[in-house]
Design a protein around this ligand. Structure first.
Ligand code: FPP
Length: 248
C-alpha cells in the first residue's frame, strides 16, 4: 500500500490507471551542470522504480509520456539520444517485462520512429501481449490532436464502407478508434517539475481524471513521491458532474 493509512477500500480505491507526464529532465541536468541527455538518462532509470511501485500499489495501467508529437522539434542530437535511450531501455528490460508478466503497449504513431526502435517495440509488444493483469503504455510520437485526426479518419472510412451509421456516432465509437482503445481512462494524471498543463496528453481520456502536480523533477520522482500522489488521489471526491450530496 502507498502508506500505512492508505488502503484499497471501496471509499478510497487505488487508481486503476495512472498517466504521467515525466517532465523536468532538462532542468535536473542543467542544475547539475550536465548535458540535457544526462537528465533523460537518469529519467529513464527512474521509470524502473515507478513501474515497480505501480506493481506494489496494485495499479493495473501505467501510461508514460515518453515522446510527444511536438518533441521532434528539439535539437537533432537530443531526439537521436532519446530514440537510442528508448531502444536500449526496451531491449534491456524485455526479460523483466516477461518475468513480471507486464504487457507492453504504445500509443501514438510509432511508425514514424527509427526502424530499429519500431522493431524493438513490436518485438516487446508481441512477447507480452498474452499478459492481462498489468500494462505499461508508452506514449511515443503521441499527441491528442494527432490521435483524434487518426480516429476521425478511421471512423470516416468505416462510414464510407457502410460499417457505421454517421447519424448514430456515439462516444463509444470514438473511444474504440482512439489509440487507447481497450485501456480504461486514467483515474490519476501526474505531471512532475512544477509545470501545470496537459501538453496535448490524453486530452479526451483525462476528461474526469484527477490531476496532481508536483515540483519534483522526473529524475528525482521516486516511490515515495508516487505513493504521496496516490494517497492524495484517494482523498479526492470524484463527482463526474454530480453533487457531493448525490454521491452519499
Ligand atoms: C521532459 O523533460 C521529458 C521528455 C521530453 C522525455 C521523457 C523521456 C525519458 C524519461 C527518458 C527516455 C524514455 C524512455 C521510455 C526510456 P524535459 O526535457 O522537457 O525537461 P525540461 O522541461 O526540464 O527541459
Amino acid at each position: 500500500m502507498p502508506n500505512s493509512s492508505a488502503k484499497n477500500t471501496q471509499d478510497n480505491p487505488i487508481p486503476q490507471h495512472v498517466a504521467i507526464i515525466m517532465d523536468g529532465n532538462g532542468r535536473w541536468a542543467k542544475e547539475r551542470g550536465l548535458p540535457r541527455i544526462d537528465g533523460h538518462r537518469q529519467g529513464a532509470k527512474q521509470i524502473h522504480q515507478i513501474i515497480e511501485a505501480a506493481n506494489e500499489f496494485g495499479i493495473k495501467f501505467l501510461t508514460l509520456y515518453a515522446f510527444s508529437s511536438e518533441n521532434w522539434n528539439r535539437p537533432k542530437e537530443e531526439v537521436e539520444a532519446l530514440m537510442s535511450l528508448l531502444s536500449s531501455a526496451i531491449r534491456e528490460n524485455k526479460k523483466n517485462f516477461i518475468e513480471n508478466e507486464i504487457r507492453f503497449r504504445t500509443i501514438g504513431d510509432v511508425s514514424a520512429l527509427p526502424k530499429s526502435c519500431v522493431n524493438d517495440i513490436v518485438s516487446l509488444e508481441s512477447a507480452t501481449k498474452r499478459f492481462d493483469k498489468r500494462t505499461l503504455v508508452l506514449a511515443l510520437n503521441y499527441g491528442s490532436r494527432d490521435e483524434l485526426v487518426r480516429a476521425v479518419s478511421k471512423i470516416t472510412h468505416l462510414a464510407l464502407d457502410g460499417k457505421i451509421n454517421p447519424n448514430k456516432i456515439a462516444w463509444k465509437n470514438i473511444a474504440e478508434n482512439l489509440d487507447t482503445a481497450g485501456i480504461p481512462d486514467p483515474d490519476l494524471l501526474i505531471r512532475t517539475s512544477g509545470e501545470m498543463r496537459l501538453s496535448n496528453y490524453l486530452m479526451l481520456q483525462a476528461a474526469y481524471s484527477e490531476l496532481y502536480f508536483t515540483k519534483t523533477y522526473w529524475p528525482d520522482f521516486g516511490r515515495d513521491d508516487f505513493a504521496k500522489a496516490v494517497a492524495e488521489y484517494q482523498r479526492r471526491e470524484r463527482r463526474y458532474g454530480l453533487t457531493g450530496d448525490q454521491l452519499k
